[in-house]
Design a protein around this ligand. Structure first.
Ligand SMILES: Nc1ncnc2c1ncn2[C@@H]1O[C@H](COP(=O)(O)OP(=O)(O)O)[C@@H](O)[C@H]1O
Ligand SMILES: [Mg+2]
Length: 512
């Protein structure tokens, strides 16, 4: 975005940067940057080191002045701008270089510079005010200890309390989590969401994109001093953000494989020489809890038919199908769902999702009986369960009332996956889960599949993109002519080796 373009959120913005540029000697730190900070929103600045994030924050907070462009606060263009004016204007920054006085106590630092605003605020009042701040932040810092004796993470908390004490409307946090533990980071995120709920704007500068995706509403992506784009986090994935930060497409990558399943656990699904009226001749396989098992074969090899036999779309005509220890003789999709199976079909638009309906309706459609007593739907239970399953898969935004058509392909697919988490299935069958979604959305689907396995669900996966099966599965079976033809180890099988097998060496099974 450039200064000459319209800035859609400009009107609602408390702080507007319009075409801001800043140079340090030979370095163009910022070049024509236009960004709006809206109250009640968490706004991420992301970019590689040196991209200009801190400079941007410092201009807002009055620590640097811009060379050209316009800075508006509360709708008015600022004239002279320095930290004190910024503070009075409702802006606070927690900089990377902390600005505390080591010899003073936590409490003194927190109120430094504001304790004498009204004539002689008494010490008791400060303590009461400190206690009030602490009740918001729950940092558990000792108020009377000298700041110089605290570790960096705790000093950072003092800075945050300072911003709170000044009742800042806009709080810029420049890489606040770089020295925090995971637990402290989680607390900070809660605090940020609390500040947002109070109607403040928080700028969150972070390299941790998972946190950005989780906590922020808006993201501005910087590269070499230029804004690449600024927009809703819901429209981004980790991959799209990284690509914008780097200015190039990433070589396609897969997330880390799901944790290895317990091989001693009782299998969820066992097929033994299964045959079906859908054409399956002889399928034998095992899927354990938390295990992702792939079926690898060429188009027309019978992979989808094996899935259909398992789910009860087709009838079993030979061999055996054992699900959760029970030998299944008669089956139907409805019975399979009741027994604890889920099936995400190949064409989700035709079979899976009703685009005009909300996420909530789409997710709960197959499971309304879970929320019903004598046919009456318990709306509260429905909302609670849908929210639980959707947040489990980190669907963004987790706004289950919105029509599903407004979500990205990856998030639509997540909605479909979350549908099968509601009934707490033991087995989820996925047929071509990434067909028709863009490359960025694929990654989020892979993460969702891995999350299913992590939660202990057994997953049976078919994909024509063999690399997906090789990179996601713990084990995989080769399928040819409607038969399983042995197993491969996906982690050690290359795509070339697989294709060679699929095209040339899949000889029919020897008759035993
Ligand atoms: N005070 C300064 N003096 C000189 N150069 C600076 C100063 N502050 C930042 N820069 C330069 O401006 C560019 C942007 O820096 P910065 O805003 O700190 O990036 P980021 O926070 O995204 O890592 C870098 O090239 C950096 O070296
Ligand atoms: Mg920085």
């Amino acid at each position: 975005m450039t200064s000459t373009e319209e800035d859609p959120s400009g009107d609602a913005a408390f702080v507007q940067l319009r075409g801001i540029s800043k140079r340090f000697g030979g370095t163009q730190a910022l070049d024509d940057v236009t960004i709006s900070l809206v109250l009640g929103e968490v706004h991420a600045f992301v970019g590689e080191n040196g991209a200009g994030k801190s400079t941007l924050g410092k201009i807002v907070a009055g620590l640097y002045t811009h060379d050209s462009g316009h800075l508006l606060v509360g709708g008015e263009e600022v004239g002279r701008w320095d930290p004190l004016r910024a503070q009075r204007g409702g802006i606070a920054m927690i900089a990377q270089e902390l600005s505390l006085v080591p010899e003073l106590t936590v409490e003194q630092n927190v109120f430094l510079g504001i304790e004498h605003n009204t004539l002689g605020v008494m010490k008791g009042d400060l303590s009461a005010r400190y206690a009030e701040l602490e009740s918001q932040a729950h940092f558990g810092l000792p108020p009377r200890v000298k700041v110089g004796t605290l570790r960096i993470a705790d000093q950072q908390k003092v800075e945050i309390l300072r911003a709170l004490a000044r009742d800042a409307k806009v709080i810029v946090m420049d890489e606040p989590t770089s020295s925090l533990t995971a637990h402290e980071t989680a607390r900070l995120h809660e605090l940020i969401l609390g500040l947002k709920a109070q109607g403040r704007a928080v700028v969150y500068v972070s390299h941790f994109l998972d946190a950005v995706l989780e906590v922020c509403d808006t993201v501005s992506i910087m590269r070499d001093g230029r804004l690449q784009r600024s927009g809703p986090v819901a429209a981004e994935t980790k991959k799209t953000i990284v690509e914008a930060m780097l200015g190039k497409e990433l070589a396609f990558s897969f997330p880390e494989r799901a944790p290895a399943p317990d091989v001693a656990a009782t299998p969820v699904l066992v097929l033994d020489a299964l045959a079906s009226d859908g054409g399956v001749v002889d399928a034998s396989l095992v899927v354990r809890p938390g295990e992702i098992v792939g079926l690898l074969g060429l188009v027309g090899s019978g992979r989808t038919e094996i899935l259909k036999a398992v789910f009860g779309v087709d009838r079993v005509t030979g061999g055996s199908l054992t699900f959760r220890g029970e030998n299944i003789v008669t089956s139907s999709p409805r019975r399979s769902i009741a027994r604890g199976m889920g099936f995400v079909p190949e064409d989700r638009h035709k079979e899976g999702l009703v685009l005009a309906r909300s996420v909530r309706e789409n997710v709960s459609l197959a499971f309304l009986r879970h929320f019903s007593t004598f046919g009456v739907v318990d709306g509260r239970k429905e909302r609670r369960e849908v929210t639980r399953s959707v947040t489990g898969l980190q669907m963004r935004p987790p706004a289950i009332g919105l029509p599903i058509s407004g979500f990205s392909g990856g998030n639509q697919q997540k909605a479909l996956l979350s549908k099968w988490l509601i009934g707490n299935p033991q087995l989820v069958i996925l047929d071509e889960p990434t067909r028709g979604v863009d490359i960025g959305a694929k990654f989020t689907i892979y993460e969702a599949i891995i999350e299913l396995a992590r939660q202990g669900v057994a997953v049976l996966l078919v994909s024509s993109e063999h690399e997906e099966v090789l990179n996601l599965s713990h084990r995989a079976y080769l399928v040819s002519e409607f038969e399983t033809r042995g197993e491969i180890d996906p982690a050690t099988t290359t795509l070339d080796a697989l294709l060679y097998k699929l095209f040339s060496v899949l000889e029919p099974k020897e008759n035993a």
